[in-house]
Structure formats: C-alpha cells, structure tokens
Ligand binder design. Structure first.
Ligand code: DHB
Ligand code: FE
Length: 297
C-alpha cells in the first residue's frame, strides 16, 4: 500500500524564486534564507519520495475571480509553470500522478469532502517556489523534479476561505485515501504558504515572530488544538496573508500521530512524529519564512 512517510512545510514567497532564477542566492540579503534549506535539499536526496502531494494556493493565476474552488486536486499528467507577469519561471514542468490523484479524489469525495477535479492547470509560485527550495536549481532543458507531484490547491485568497479545522480533517481523509492505494509508494505531503505577512492595507509589512513560533510549537505538538485556531486570530496576529497557514494543517492532519477517527485513537497514540528540521527567518520580501520537516515514526 502507499504510505505517507513525511511532511514538509514551507513558505512560498515569489521573490525567493526570482532570487534563485537570477543567481542571487549568495547575496547578503538572501544567503541566510537559503542556508536554512541546505539540510532540506540533502534530506530530499536521502529520502526521495515516489510522489509529493503538494498543498498550495493559487494566487488568481490558474483560477481567476470567475471561478474559485475551495479545494482542487490536480489529476493531470503534467503542469506548466505559470506566467505571473514576468514570464514563466525557468523551471521544469511538473509531472503529475493521474492514477493516484484520481484514487485520492474518489476516496476523499466518498469521505464527504467536496473536491474540484482539475485536468488542466498552470502552477504559480505557490507550487514552484517550495519545489525550488527543497530541490535546488533545476534547468528546464535538462533536469526534472525528483518525482511526480499531485497539486492540491486551496482557496486562501478570496473569502470565504476554509477553516483550519476543516483543513486538518481533510488531511486525515487524504491519509486514509493514500493508505488505500494498492501500490507500494512512498508519499510525502507538503503544506505551504505563510507565515506572517500582509501585503496590502494599513498593516502592510506586518510580521509577528512570537506568534509564528508559538503557532509552530503548537502545530507540531498539539495539532488538534492548533486546528481550532479561528480565522480572526490568523488575520489579526499573522496578517491578511497569514491565513495561508491553514494549508499547513492539511499536511499535519495527514501524519500518523493524528487519528482518522475515534476508533483508531490507540493506533495513533502509538505513533509519533520526529522533527527533522526547523527553520525560521525574517525578512524574505514581506514575509516571515517558516520551514519544518516532520517524519512519521
Ligand atoms: C509575497 C508573499 C506571498 O505569499 C505572495 O503570494 C506574494 C508576495 C511577498 O512577501 O512578497
Ligand atoms: Fe502567497
């Protein structure tokens, strides 16, 4: 059967992608940020997954205000890096895993989560920047990403957005779906976006180190309590774009120390997660960058 063995959490600032694409990673401003991902790039090589289930948000790139799915799963064979106004990033196309994606869609919808099925989608910085941070520079002419990716887009741009609680429960359903897939596949689940940032309005530039780190502590140690954090707390404490953090709860909910339901509490208690890496850095453009790698025991 397929199994989720690890989760990766990272912010997705577009300027990080630009710094990599323009060869600026060793400049004074960027160097400390990229140093925080040295461990992660090696870890990716040492723990190469068969498939990455990548939870991200589209920034009105693939989905305009014409149509806004709350949760959308990519079932395509391939995804092209999007043009967000400065031309597409010079990174490889993303290969999908239509068979596993379709299986997860079937299972998760049968578990009463309404997903939108996406057979064609360009992927913006929300997806490509986390891949670049974890996999390093890739030349689209000769390189590819290490494995297929299932993009899972969450609406955190246009209100109403899903609650952290719903995202956490969805993560449990995704794990159940993965574990009911026949093939032996090593799957990683990524939660991306965040941490504190606000890009517009009177509080533009807001960063909240203390809140971010307390949220990380709780997300790791007591994810069920963290999932109960109301929207207004994210917006007040972490800024209007801090709400992207609810996506991390999807990945956290898919880890094996989280019970699917009351009947497997014991099994879940027997499991635990290891923090393999934790990193936090300010500034990166207007955003506080947070990063975690958790492994299932
Ligand atoms: C920035 C951060 C984001 O999450 C985003 O989607 C766009 C810009 C920034 O900090 O510049
Ligand atoms: Fe964003």
């Amino acid at each position: 059967m397929a199994k989720i063995t690890a989760s990766v959490f990272t912010s997705h600032v577009p300027a990080i992608g630009a710094a990599m694409d323009l060869g600026k990673t060793q400049e004074d401003y960027w160097k400390p940020l990229f140093a925080g991902y040295d461990f992660s790039k090696q870890w990716m090589k040492d723990n190469k997954p068969d498939v990455i289930f990548l939870v991200f948000n589209d920034h009105a790139t693939a989905f305009s205000l014409d149509m806004i799915p709350t949760f959308a799963i990519g079932t395509a064979a391939e995804y092209t890096p999007a043009d967000e106004g400065f031309g597409p990033r010079p990174v490889p196309k993303v290969q999908g895993h239509p068979d596993l994606a379709s299986h997860i869609a079937h299972s998760v919808i049968q578990q009463d989560f309404d997903l939108t099925i996406v057979n064609k989608m360009d992927v913006d910085h929300g997806l490509t920047v986390p891949l670049s941070l974890m996999c390093g520079e890739k030349d689209p002419a000769k390189d590819s990403w290490p494995c297929p990716v299932i993009p899972f887009a969450v609406n955190v741009v246009q209100y109403p957005v899903p609650s952290g609680q719903r995202c956490f429960n969805l993560g449990k359903a995704i794990r159940k779906a993965v574990e009911s897939y026949d093939e032996d596949l090593n799957v990683h689940i990524w939660g991306t976006g965040g941490m504190s940032h606000q890009l517009q309005g009177a509080r533009a530039g807001l960063i909240n180190r203390e809140w971010d780190n307390a949220w990380l502590d709780q997300m790791i140690a007591d994810p069920a309590a963290c999932a109960a954090t109301p929207h207004i707390d994210y917006v007040r404490e972490a800024g209007s774009e801090g709400i992207e953090l609810v996506m991390w709860l999807i990945a956290r909910g898919a880890m094996s120390d989280v019970p699917y339901d009351a009947t497997d509490l014991e099994a879940a208690r027997a499991n635990s997660v290891r923090v393999k890496h934790r990193f936090y850095h300010v500034p990166a453009s207007n955003t506080a960058v947070g990063h975690l790698i958790l492994e299932n025991n």
